[in-house]
Design a protein around this ligand. Sequence first.
Ligand SMILES: NC(=O)c1ccc[n+]([C@@H]2O[C@H](COP(=O)([O-])OP(=O)(O)OC[C@H]3O[C@@H](n4cnc5c(N)ncnc54)[C@H](OP(=O)(O)O)[C@@H]3O)[C@@H](O)[C@H]2O)c1
Length: 185
Amino acid sequence: MPRTQYYVAQSLDGYIAEIDGGLDWLLRYDGEAGSDVSQATEGEYDRFFAQVGAIVMGSATYEFVLAEEQDRWPYVGTPCWVLTSRELPVPDGADVRFASGPVAPVHEQLRAAAGERNVWIVGGGGLASDFADAGLLDELLLTVVPVVLGDGLPAFARRLGQRLRLTGTRAFSNGMTELRYDVVR
Ligand SMILES: NC(=O)c1ccc[n+]([C@@H]2O[C@H](COP(=O)([O-])OP(=O)(O)OC[C@H]3O[C@@H](n4cnc5c(N)ncnc54)[C@H](OP(=O)(O)O)[C@@H]3O)[C@@H](O)[C@H]2O)c1
């Protein structure tokens, strides 16, 4: 069954970005684990993304991707919905659709576009909470980076109303840990 997944990297203290949206702690992260942890992260993202048929993100995340990738769109071939109340640019080759308001109608479009593949909620935390509150989040894939930021933008903006069932953990040789949870309804 295709699923709606929130796949995100967070600091050890639960932040997905610094207060100003900065991601240096993640993008420039260079860590290691003890010798008993050998699983490499190489190819993990590609394997995850191969199962994704549609993606959705908030406008701050979208603008961060545009700036970071210098307008080279990293999700060519995958339809992307951006939640915003503003008019924003679209890079060449990107299939970007803008929407605003409640997430339930957007989710219907995402599901239709994704077909047999999954929907990826990229972030931020407000959007993740909106999908969870609407009962539309199936799975949480959390990559914990062993960095303590002390402050920042949280992985969820609000308390999660549902229980989480742990379905898997993996420790990587760079010190990151992946936690997989099903959202129990
Ligand atoms: N660590 C990770 O894996 C990870 C993953 C994702 C994001 N991030 C980072 O985390 C930060 C997230 O920023 P953020 O928390 O501000 O979140 P965001 O969800 O990317 O953007 C929030 C903005 O999106 C628009 N928006 C959201 N929902 C809407 C709706 N239903 N209708 C209309 N507009 C809506 C609003 O702005 P407007 O209406 O003004 O456009 C809102 O202020 C970014 O820096 C991003 O790069 C990190």
